[in-house]
Write a protein that binds this ligand. Sequence first.
Ligand code: ZN
Length: 657
Amino acid sequence: MTNDNFNYNDERFADLQMLRYKVHGFEELSLKQKTFIYYLQEAALWGRDILFDQNGVYNLKIRKVLELLYLNYEGDKESEDYKAFEVYLKRVWFSNGIHHHYGCEKFVPGFSKEWLKGVMQNARCKMQNYSESELEEIVDVIFNPDVMQKRVNLAEGEDLVKTSACNYYQGVSQEEAEAFYNKQKEEGGRTTDNGHPVMYGMNSTLVKKDGEIYEEKWTTSEKYGAALTKIVEYLKFARPFAEDEKQQEVIDLLVSYYETGDLKTFDEYSIAWVENTEPLIDFVNGFIECYGDPLGLKCSWESIVNFKDLVATKRTETLSDNAQWFEDNSPVDARFKKDKVKGVSAKVINAAILAGDLYPASAIGINLPNSEWIRAEHGSKSVTIGNLTDAYNKAAKGNGFVDEFAFSADEIEIIKKYGDLTDDLHTDLHECLGHGSGKLLEGVDSDGLKAYGSTIEEARADLFALYYLPDAKLVELGLTPDLEAYKASYYGQMMNGLITQLVRIKPGDNIEESHMRNRALIARWALNKVSDVSSEVSEPAVEMVKKDGKTFVKINDYVRLREIFGELLAEIQRIKSTGDYEAAKNLVENYGVKVDAELHQEVLERYKKLNLAPYKGFINPRYDAIKDAQGNIIDVTISYNEGYAEQMLRYSRDYSF
Ligand code: ZN
């Protein structure tokens, strides 16, 4: 609702839009907490070069040479070659290497080979660390389309290890790598306490040299030793400021793992981490995700430091405290209601720093650890990163999207005025109350809806939220300012479910993802329900209309629409509670899956004209520690005015070897 002056959008280049995120509530933290975050974010930033090297063996060298050329360039900065060079370097920074962060294909430079060689020649005296042949090699890697085409190749039938440019295997074939790890698994090397397997191969490079195959471990004394030593140093600085003793144990285990590379220790660390849920501040720092390895074994390095979102937590506590009222007053049949319902507390965090494989392109949620048996026996932490979602939403304002797809100035205004607030509240109602509401009748199999189960479950939670958003109870609880606000959410739901979410679907495809299916199901069911009723006397509550050849949703009667959502909620709860597979199947197949080809094409064309960048990433805030004469930290400041190139160059200068 508020209109702050924070610049969520920063620069745009290639297919990328840079954004900024605000670390809500950092200033209100205690000095001890700020100090803890300060040391943890240093530990995060020190890992940057690890990922560059993991993504490709030439990446670090290329980045360093390009940065030298960038900093020492004395030619014409208006020339097309230079501009293309600048874009190329920005993309290398963004991708932590020379391949696209999402598509994995190697970048095609927009400048010529001759131009680059000329610039290298002119800056030769600044690059004495590099031999002539090294520079030749770099130029070849950048320009030769046959060299390192893809970072991760998953094309069936090829040697995935040999054809992938990632740097997890050296001189090894796929067959050799698979044989190596199969043997490890057979021979054991299991965790001591319960016999569960460790995550074989996750923290090493597999090398073949002189006919011998062995692992180069990623530890403080082996590969990536310099970076990991720095990380450990800062984790140890952070330790005394940890939030509780248990968190100090988490740090100790992580340090021990970085020092030894022992995967059993990593499992112990993961268990301690997942069970350490009390602290406000939390962090991930390690070799975590394995998408960068075609065999899915080797984990890329990443870090995020975060703390609980106190505003969201307060909101969800209010809802949780009143959970029984919501359960009792829902339009659902009394047989399917819970006698005693408990709200779930907020699982929203604020990111304080993003690093490694979470920077600049980041996930908007965390669901860890990845080890299957630890998840099964000790649970997992699943959170959404509220300030990143917030930044996406704020940055999207004024990009023309709502103006293009909303019916008239009235809807645009109401979305601008209330959209953020009702989006947050919708999420809270969905997560804290919706999923937890209702019960199965005795003897009903919880997996009875099979493949339709998750769509039905998401629809149930969404409808619970939609039904309550207009309720006077929310005004009474201070969660909505008035009885108009919900209209932003209603219009958004209908517009998204009927029209705009189609921009995420490729021509010819059906809707597959269960949240998208659920949104289509709700909106189309409601639309269909309205047209069932004879509309001779009045306009339908919702309709699809054409204006200047474009399709729009028009809502004429919001009160009636609420009733319709209530009816569908009751039906969906009945389906869930009784395990009515046929009804679930009919609802999902009839309303949630198919795409109207003509409308789809229209929507894609309208979307394309908006010319929005398909990929986004974040510039980090900058933290500075203020120290007294003895070197003790007396304050930590946060600032948001560092430019993208400036930040990347600072990281390269201050956190590299
Ligand atoms: Zn959900």
